[in-house]
Design a protein around this ligand. Structure first.
Ligand SMILES: Nc1ncnc2c1ncn2[C@@H]1O[C@H](COP(=O)(O)OP(=O)(O)O)[C@@H](O)[C@H]1O
Ligand SMILES: CC(=O)OP(=O)(O)O
Ligand SMILES: [Mg+2]
Length: 409
């Protein structure tokens, strides 16, 4: 039987899962739970054996979503107990200073992941819960945590350090950890082949824009900047998150609106961004409102694009140039309007979009700029699941991680 890895990728608004065939890298079964926590119906899709099963219902949280997914495996197959699973890989957003590498799931690492939830409030909790649920279901299979933040462990100090009082920063481990690293690493590693340029010396910007959104810059495949910081709140405008904002807004709201910490956390992480400006976190809904002439939605979209362009300018100058910009994740892969709005703003610098290629829907990695564009513009579907599967399989095979945790049946 084929050796497989089951990967659970919990995002802030979604769960993606894939049963990855290790030899071919293909997903033998896969699925998606989306619009978790939105005021509209959520959506499930489970694919196996050429059949697609879908369901719409409100999805309050990740636990409800994951339990429904386990039901799909039981009902529509493949049965997990009989699927050749050699490891279960769990995406975790925040590994902080503790996890520069993947780790085996143990009682201890589950608790560490939960403790780090203060640094990724929308993610680490559901991700730890997912590991607990799967460990109970498949106790004989090694489970592995793969951290978004690990790739950015190597950021230059000038990019990872806040200009905060050093004593306080050191005492409370306050630095820029970044997130979406598995995706930024995967994308930046395949870009040279997709655009037909050598990796050595290549200056890249990767725009991972989904519900959570972040930008990164790489030179020769090594990260030199990223937009998420201590937590995944910093940086680009997101589905429900502010991204960059003057921290004095916090003082202002404490003093004048008498908000407490939890209220502010929810305001900045869930009730802001596109959701806060338009009532919807999903860009598809925002475009619908724009088409109806909704002025708030139009402004929100302009703010969204403005921020992306600011980061492109910033990173281009930090790197001393930029050879290629790649769009990925839910918005980056599917939203030709956002891609066009961004590229139009770069036109004075010689960026030329091939409008037909941009508007063509495809699941294939592709270049969407013209041959004479000053910067190559690419769209590459991210595959966090494949990257997580490979990292997980390596640890399962070794039977231990780099922290000395061993898998005991
Ligand atoms: N066809 C589409 N057109 C425009 N935006 C889309 C489309 N499909 C998905 N999206 C956007 O992608 C987002 C989800 O991206 P995804 O990367 O799956 O998010 P996350 O992993 O952060 O939960 C949705 O909220 C929506 O804004
Ligand atoms: C870190 C983060 O925001 O992840 P996601 O985009 O999957 O919510
Ligand atoms: Mg995601």
């Amino acid at each position: 039987m084929a050796k497989t890895v089951l990967v659970i990728n919990s995002g802030s608004s979604s769960i993606k899962y894939q049963l990855v065939d290790l030899e071919s890298g293909e997903g033998l079964a896969s699925g998606l739970v989306e619009k978790i926590g939105e005021p509209i119906d959520g959506h499930y899709k489970h694919e196996y054996n050429g059949e697609k099963h879908e369901l719409e219902e409100p999805i309050h949280d990740h636990e409800q979503g994951l339990k429904r997914v386990l039901g799909f495996f039981e009902e529509y197959g493949p049965k997990l107990s009989d699927a050749g699973i050699v490891a279960v890989g769990h995406r975790v957003v925040q590994g902080g200073s503790l996890f520069p590498k993947p780790a085996l799931v143990t009682d201890k690492t589950i608790n560490q992941v939960k403790d780090l939830a203060v640094l990724a409030p929308l993610h680490n909790g559901p991700e730890a819960k997912g590991a607990e649920v799967m460990r109970a279901l498949l106790p004989d299979v090694p489970q592995i945590f793969v951290f978004d933040s690990s790739f950015f462990f190597q950021l230059p100090k000038a990019a990872s350090t806040y200009a905060l009082n050093k004593e306080i920063a050191d005492q409370y481990h306050i630095r820029r950890y970044g997130a979406h690293g598995t995706s930024h690493e995967f994308i930046s590693s395949v870009v040279p082949e997709v655009i037909g340029k050598p990796a050595e010396g290549l200056k890249q910007i990767v725009l991972h824009i989904g519900n959570g959104a972040s930008a990164s810059a790489e030179i020769s495949g090594k990260p030199v900047e990223t937009s998420m910081g201590l937590t995944p709140l910093e940086g680009l405008v997101m589905g429900g998150r502010t991204g960059d904002i003057d921290p004095a807004v916090v003082f202002h709201l404490i003093r004048n609106a008498h908000m407490n910490v939890d209220e502010l956390d929810a305001l900045f992480n869930k009730r802001s961004g596109m959701m806060g400006m338009t009532g919807f976190g999903d860009l598809r809904e925002v475009h619908r409102l724009v088409a109806e002439g909704n002025e708030d939605a139009k402004l929100a979209l302009d703010v969204y694009v403005h921020r992306i362009v600011s980061y492109i300018g910033n990173y281009t100058y930090q790197m001393g140039g930029c050879d290629v910009i790649t769009f990925t994740a839910g918005v980056g892969e599917n939203d030709d309007i956002v891609r066009k709005m961004v590229c139009d703003k770069l036109a004075p610098f010689g960026v030329k979009l091939d409008e037909e290629k941009n508007a063509t829907r495809s699941k294939e990695p592709r270049v969407i700029s013209t041959p004479d564009s000053s910067v190559v513009i690419a769209v590459i579907p991210t595959n966090e699941e494949l990257a997580i599967a490979r990292k997980s399989a390596a640890i399962a095979e070794a039977g231990e991680d780099t922290y000395g945790n061993k898998f005991a049946k």
